[in-house]
Write a protein that binds this ligand. Structure first.
Ligand code: ADP
Ligand code: ZN
Length: 211
């Protein structure tokens, strides 16, 4: 099965993607993670994309498409995958089709802008295991330490207030049109974010299993 997780930054693609992964044993392919890894390892590619990410802009299509193509060639992608954060533009969606990839379902996580800003501005992440926390809604057991690996947590550079607003603007302008695109193909399943994470997870898993 091949799935796409669509939704604004901070809509919970990572959290609910993990629930789908655990149930279906599919790898999560996050272009954001792949891009951050390239930046951290200081490769030429990382240098090239750094300025886009820190400004809250999308990395140019051609570059992300190549990063994704390379990742999908790994053996763990043979039986399907969950795409988290790709496609983010119509051109990227077309690129998937040109690669001959047939997507089964697109899960659209709907969260209003105000909640997004609140979530992202309190978000803390573990750079070791990728776990994410919120200072108010899901704080770590010990302040600023990851529950899993006890490493110090940090704020993502692009979770600064001005950058959050820019990412949201870019989402509405460039990514949201993908809803209509996949709706027209009958693949879109809308999930409204609930107050309790586990309630949303339940809806997401039902949407994945739906006809
Ligand atoms: P979020 O969904 O919280 O914004 P991601 O980790 O998915 O975070 O992405 C972080 C950044 O990486 C984006 O703001 C963008 O700069 C870049 N990026 C990730 N995926 C893509 C993509 N498919 N196309 C262009 N840029 C991307
Ligand atoms: Zn951790």
């Amino acid at each position: 099965m091949k799935l796409i997780l669509l939704g604004a930054p901070g809509a919970g693609k990572g959290t609910h993607g993990a629930a789908i992964r655990d149930q279906y044993h599919l790898p999560i392919i996050s272009t954001g993670d792949l891009i951050r890894k390239a930046i951290q390892s200081g490769t030429d590619l990382g240098e090239k994309v750094k300025s886009y990410v820190s400004a809250g802009q999308l990395v140019p299509d051609e570059i992300v498409i190549n990063i994704l193509k390379e990742r999908l060639q790994q053996p763990d992608c043979q039986d399907g995958y969950i795409l988290d954060g790709f496609p983010r533009t119509i051109a990227q969606a077309r690129a998937l089709e040109e690669m001959g990839i047939v997507i089964d379902r697109v899960i659209d996580l709907e969260v209003d802008d105000q909640s997004i800003v609140e979530r992202l501005s309190g978000r803390l992440v573990c750079s070791a295991c990728g776990a994410s926390y919120h200072t108010k809604y899901s704080p770590p057991k010990e302040p600023n330490l990851c529950d899993n690996c006890k490493k110090p947590l940090s704020r993502r550079q692009d979770d600064e207030p001005a950058t959050i607003l820019e990412r949201l603007r870019v989402y509405h302008e460039q990514t949201e049109p993908l809803k209509d695109y996949y709706e027209a193909q009958g693949k879109l399943r809308r999930v409204i974010g609930q107050e309790q994470v586990q309630d949303t997870t339940r809806l997401v898993l039902a949407a994945v299993a739906s006809e």
